[in-house]
Design a protein around this ligand. Structure first.
Ligand code: C5P
Length: 316
């Protein structure tokens, strides 16, 4: 029986700007996305029956058809019925390390790993573009999670332009275990409060005038000006999440007072800050835990990475 073990990276948003509301209920965005080496392990095992099973020991991860990784396998079975019949079903096990409901694309990267893994297991020979298209049917962040690295993302998040990798940097992430924010809620609240339901037509091309939006941080990345990158970190969704979640606001302020400005990733509630060295990152973790001695607060030190989905091992 064939089996594949894959590593799937989380992402952070170095920049997230909401450009307009779309008629389909989504929003046109200009984002800079970055993969980090905080990873889940996804094991795929071929089954003799035409069934999809999913296991995950994390209590907050659904183990049924609502899990995005399950949906990814079901999509592959639907699109490639001959391969599904030939190779059989799949047993998916998710070993969760990426925090859940955190704004770090944990669910999206699991789905991306299933697409990449089944492409290999079923010998489909799909290229990156084809996998990204399938990913876009599952969620806005999935196309990025297929390819990873440092990317400018526009449209719903599915139009990707590679940016130069940012030299050595470390990430301190902080999240209250008991907090999670609904992405749909965050975008809809933003729409009602700031866009007054005006529907833009930027989606006609999917390529709004990017220079007007993310241009400054994109240039800072092109010049490898880390100081400027740190200063240009931005997330529009903070405008709706911070007033409702004071703990997230407090985290942000603590990072700021340590001289290491932090911002929220995605729709939160994870707040992250960038540092130049692992030592500095560790010092920030220690200072933050001293400032907020709350057992509900989890912290991680991670590093930027240029890859997203990696095959760890396989048996054919
Ligand atoms: O695409 P995905 O299912 O990951 O998005 C989750 C939710 O986030 C959507 O239901 C939508 O409410 C919101 N969203 C949005 N505009 C985007 C991406 C996501 O409004 N570009």
């Amino acid at each position: 029986m064939r089996s594949y073990s894959l590593l799937a990276s989380a992402k952070i948003n170095l920049y997230l700007e909401i450009i307009g509301a779309r008629p389909d209920g989504y929003h046109d965005l200009a984002m800079v996305l970055q993969s980090i080496d905080l990873v889940d392990q996804i094991d795929l095992c071929q089954l003799e029956t035409n069934t999809i099973y999913l296991h995950c020991s994390h209590p907050e991860v659904p183990q049924d058809e609502s899990n995005l990784a399950y949906k990814a396998a079901a999509l592959m079975a639907e699109k490639f019925p001959d391969a599904f019949t030939k190779y059989g079903g799949v047993d998916i096990t998710i070993h969760k390390r990426i925090p859940v409901g955190a704004g770090l694309a944990g669910g999206s990267t699991n789905a991306a790993a299933v697409l990449v893994g089944l492409n290999l297991m079923w010998e489909l020979g799909l290229d990156q573009k084809q996998l990204q298209y399938l990913g876009s049917l599952l969620g806005s962040d999935v196309p990025f999670c297929i390819v990873g690295g440092t990317m400018l993302a526009t449209g719903r998040g599915e139009y990707l332009t590679p940016l130069p990798p940012i030299d050595n940097f470390y990430v301190v992430l902080a999240k209250y275990r008991s907090l999670s924010v609904s992405t749909a809620w965050a975008y809809q609240t933003y729409r009602h409060q700031y866009l007054r339901s005006n529907v833009s037509n930027t989606s006609a091309t999917g390529h709004p005038n990017l220079q007007a939006y993310s241009g400054k941080i994109v240039s800072a990345i092109a010049r490898q000006n880390q100081m400027q990158i740190y200063q240009l970190l931005h997330n529009d969704l903070e405008r709706v999440v911070l007033p409702i979640y004071p703990q997230v606001q407090q985290l942000r302020e603590e990072f700021q007072s340590l001289g290491c400005p932090g911002i929220m990733s995605g729709s939160g509630p994870t707040v992250f800050a960038l540092t130049k060295s692992p030592t500095q990152a560790q010092q920030v973790v220690e200072a933050l835990s001293a400032a907020i001695p709350d057992p509900d607060l989890d912290m991680w030190v991670s590093q930027g990475t240029n890859s997203s989905i990696r095959v760890l091992s396989f048996e054919n």
